[in-house]
Design a protein around this ligand. Sequence first.
Ligand code: GDP
Ligand code: MN
Length: 397
Amino acid sequence: MNLHEFQGKDLLNANGVAIQRGIVASSASEAKIAAHNLNTQTGTEWFVVKAQVHAGGRGKGGGIKLAKSYDEVFEISKNILGMNLITPQTPPEGKPVNQVLIAEDVYYPGESKISEFYVSVLLDRSTCKNIIMYSTEGGMDIESVAEKTPELIYTEIIDPKIGILPFQARKVAFNLGLSGNAFKEMMKFITSLYNAYIKSDASLFEINPVLKTSDNKIIAVDSKVSIDDNSLFRQKEISNLRDFREENPIEVEANNAGLSYVDLDGNVGCMVNGAGLAMATMDLIKQAGGDPANFLDVGGTADSSRVETAFKLILKDVNVKAILVNIFGGIVRCDRVAEGIVKAFTNLKDSINVPIIVRLQGTNSDKAKKIIDSSGLNVISAIGFQEAAEKVNKAIN
Ligand code: GDP
Ligand code: MN
């Protein structure tokens, strides 16, 4: 689950990480009021209007603008709130902006002593540890820094059993070339940031840029926060921050139905039980020359109502040209699944306008094949895995 910049910053702030302060708004007039309130709180006279969408690169896409008066806050917010923001990280058609963050201007004009850093905390699956990745080259996109000047990206491995140690925080501050008060501020920043990451069960905190202000404060100007979905049951406060408008509607619906579904770009809908088999099925479709439209694990109990829900979800994707059902009957018997498929298919007859290829293997698979073949429905049965994938591709072409 991803957070908006303003939500991520609230989380950081609550954990002692210094941030660029701001107030979120959903309309231009709210934005203007927010600017007045922010002026009262911080004394800032210039404001940054920042589009709140789940995508980076907003600056380049025109989603971040400096406003030098309250009227400008109003005008700029009006434009940004009405726009479909396109950045390298959004889908090609862009993302609608529902909210803007009115933030204090922290790049005091005429100052040359500011520096922008890059800092992230993430889970490194290869070492089973957390790492802090950081660079002096903040403010720009880190992928191009990694490509052109990889020596300017540092990593510090943190043992999750021990946590961050003072010498590690010192090393970060040192490598970023800091001294004096900024050095101490960075130590505090890094330590609080790491602790906030742990406490919130995050899988990624990316702060780009981290700013050293002209008066040697270290603050988070941006925030990208991803929380591990598996922890949401114990992160109630965070899970309430979920903005479903930012998520794929079919994925949200699947999630509510207890199905694990991931939308993909291809045209072969997949209905599979078990995540491993689902991955293998997608591989095989690819290998046979097709392209999966989704990942869908219907789970161990593939009864008719789940199968029906799954069909409905798959058919919502207009790109789907054929559906491959690949179920292994272990705990659940194949004939039961076959009955479920026939029932679901009969209920949905009018909305199913693509060929369906069914492969049922495992307990009672012969019986299952008979049920499918004698159902009179437009369902193609297959025994072999490869055979199924080939039949799908033949059905499409
Ligand atoms: P991103 O483009 O989505 O990564 O959004 P960021 O929050 O990182 O902002 C992009 C850029 O906007 C930053 O790198 C800064 O150059 C600029 N920016 C952000 N806050 C301020 C500010 O307070 N004052 C000024 N003048 N520029 C800012
Ligand atoms: Mn950024």
